[in-house]
Ligand binder design. Structure first.
Ligand SMILES: [Zn+2]
Length: 113
């Protein structure tokens, strides 16, 4: 389950940030998950519980935002939102899309005390 290592990684980043700010507790964490990241939000929630034990983020609330992916058509240049790799270009129907965004999972907001 790669959600576990991804989540662990983001919690480490969150902790580093909180320590730099001399915070003692992380109260809330917001993560963004791209539609093409292959990451299951439920798995992240589960991993978050497990990974935050004995960290500054223990007991923190987790907000997960789903973001659509963005592709650019190799044929006509149209940029379109994608929910899966099976989505074609919204203008010409081509499936040759370069993925610009949406394959990542990222930490976007942190509340610390
Ligand atoms: Zn197109």
């Amino acid at each position: 389950m790669h959600e576990l290592s991804l989540t662990q990684n983001l919690i480490e980043i969150a902790e580093e940030h909180a320590r730099r700010e001399n915070a003692t507790v992380i109260t809330s964490v917001t993560m963004e998950i791209g539609a093409l990241s292959g990451v299951m939000p439920e798995a992240v929630e589960f991993a978050f519980e497990a990974c935050t034990k004995n960290t500054l983020a223990e007991g923190a609330s987790l907000e997960i935002r789903h973001i659509p992916a963005l592709g650019r058509c190799q044929k006509c240049g149209q940029e379109c939102e994608m929910e899966s790799l099976l989505d074609g270009c919204s203008a010409c129907g081509s499936y040759a899309l370069d993925i610009l965004k949406g394959q990542e999972m990222a930490l976007i907001e942190l509340e610390i005390d």
